[in-house]
Design a protein around this ligand. Sequence first.
Ligand code: GLC
Length: 740
Amino acid sequence: MIEAKLKELIEDMSVEEKVGQLVMLEGSYFEKDALVTGNINENNCDTESLKAFAGSTIGISGAETVRSIQKKQMEDQPHHIPMLFMLDVIHGYRTVFTCPLGQGASFDPEMSRKCAEIAAREAAASGIHIVFSPMADLVRDSRWGRVMESTGEDVYLNGRMASAMVKGYQGDNAGDPLRVGACVKHFAGYGAPVAGREYYNVELSEHTLREYYLPAYQKAVESGCEMVMSAFNTWNGIPCSGNRWLMKDVLRDEMGFDGVVISDWGAVAEMTMHGFCRDNREAAGAALKAGVDIDMCGNAYAEHLAELVAKGDIDSSLLDEAVMRVLRLKNKLGLFENPYKDADIRLEREIILSKEHRELAREMVRKSIVLLKNDKYDDENVLPLKKGKLAFIGPYVDNADMDSSWAVNGDVLDQISIKKAALEFWDKGDLLFADGCTMLDNHTVGARYYYEDEAFCSKNDSLLKQAVEAAKCADTLVLCLGEHRAQSGEASSRARIKLPKVQLNLLRELARSGKTIITLIFSGRPLELEEILKYSHAVMMVWLPGTEGGHGIMDVLTGKHNPSAKLPISIPYNEGQLPISYDQYSTGRPRTGIHTGEYTSGYIDVPNEPLLPFGYGLSYTDFNISKVSLSSDHMLEDGTITATVRISNQGDVEGTETLQLYLQDVAASRVRPILQLKGFKKISLKAGEEKLVSFCISKEQLSFIRADGSYGCEEGIFRLWIDNSSKVKEPVTFELIKKG
Ligand code: GLC
């Protein structure tokens, strides 16, 4: 439909109809089995007219269901305006990929683009128009359960991944066949709640917000993201959904976003709970004035917008602008011409969980696995696995539920468990399996507060005995341990980031067997790993690997594929170090600086550095990286400088290394991080092969928000590293010289 027709449509709509376009109703209004991913907010509206006028819904999928609901909606809606069907497709629809934190570990944006593309195809065929992904929140506190949904702690990596995911979902146009609109979230700064406590306030300076937390959202917007979601949290004491500076001055004026803003679930009305608005009526006005177009599953817009306009408390032009953005999006998706878009029962059956989709999921698992430890005995590494009797032990062995809590359409029955995959790779006679313990220290996850009782303890006693017996008959033990899927994700902050006690007890008991122990960690967040590393001869972080978890993990355990992933988030010694990130500032008393004694910055009980650093990950082969050579020892502001290393594969198997470019501005008008990632390249080398790899540095990588608020670079000395983790060695330096 042409824009002029949209204007005519708006002119012809009643205020109630216009408000309807700004209301997203829970799917349960339309289908009793709809997925509900938030609190149900009661309202005092007439349900039938609320439904008839609703502009969008959430939690409904399936081609047949969507088509029938849309058909009825078109009949009931006075101007036959189609609804938007939106869903949390965070890391896959039915083919569930590794959780986003694991995708960040791949350092492979192209892989994430492909996964998003497949997710779009499956979701679109099932009637979905918009997905609430990518989640581009920067995260540095793994007490927060939603680190699982992020691609990690680094500004540059998150920006690359967010951009890739938007392109995967939308392609060149979200209205194209089997494409969906992407909704980047949660704007802004939701990943930095004080104390890692879910739904808590965010205390960031404007400078920190701009330097660290905004760039990844901006990359998503620059990649054409169709929608932005306003976050639950406050920034600068103002809830995001009512924060005009954030949602208008920054998002729309500075970043140039002219698409639809949707609130997070109920976030508009929650501004009263924040103590920002006296009541829902005030919240509705504040949100519309801040540029929030759709009130997700709240009651503020539905109950108050029409009256606010009628009384002149908000200008009707604000309402019309918001409605126009929503109608423009529907138009872009082609819904006025075809309200069902790609919802197609045959196509749905044909493409969902197809062989190609499973293959990609398996490849993503392989490329997300981080090898954290791999001891060597008699000149041979523990991994890849050797022939002999293997005992797979732990609650993740026969548990096919390797999805995250956000894999809302994933089905355990589709999944390949460790046990199932192992039986495909080895003779049954060489394998033993034992649960070893329950997944958790209590009966259910829902309780949240763990307790034990006699029945529970005796069950674990017998599971442990079976595991110890199995270990006696095996040469190598493969422990499959980790968090339950419901221990990370939304509303899953944890004050302690340990493995459950029953699992640690199993590990300690099996360590007494004297057998070789390989431990796989299934988790949506970094956990305390010190004891696991101590008792294991090899450790792999496999995250929450999804549908093809068992296959992808076996591909790496057997050496069919060499692990290549790197940590996208620091792994702390314990939660006392949190929040933590590699790109921290120095201090006046750095522990490695001129001061060496007690009066230096740090703790007396743990180091300042994490247990395992951002960017770290081992391979089955050995790479050698030469010292960096620079094309010059100085750079003009509008010039470039090239940094080159020679990398060689000194092992006897092919492998892929991730070369990481780090820079430090040694002295600047605002203090700068001791180092920051400014580029990375994945380099694959055959055994014995070597390559020269170069990075071109320009002023963009040296620029920052200077003390006067302007963005740009400053002359002076820069340190530069090219290495395989953020635990870098000696730098090379160059000087930036301004013209003249
Ligand atoms: C949730 C989450 C958000 C999600 C939305 C819809 O509360 O914060 O990430 O997309 O509601 O389920």
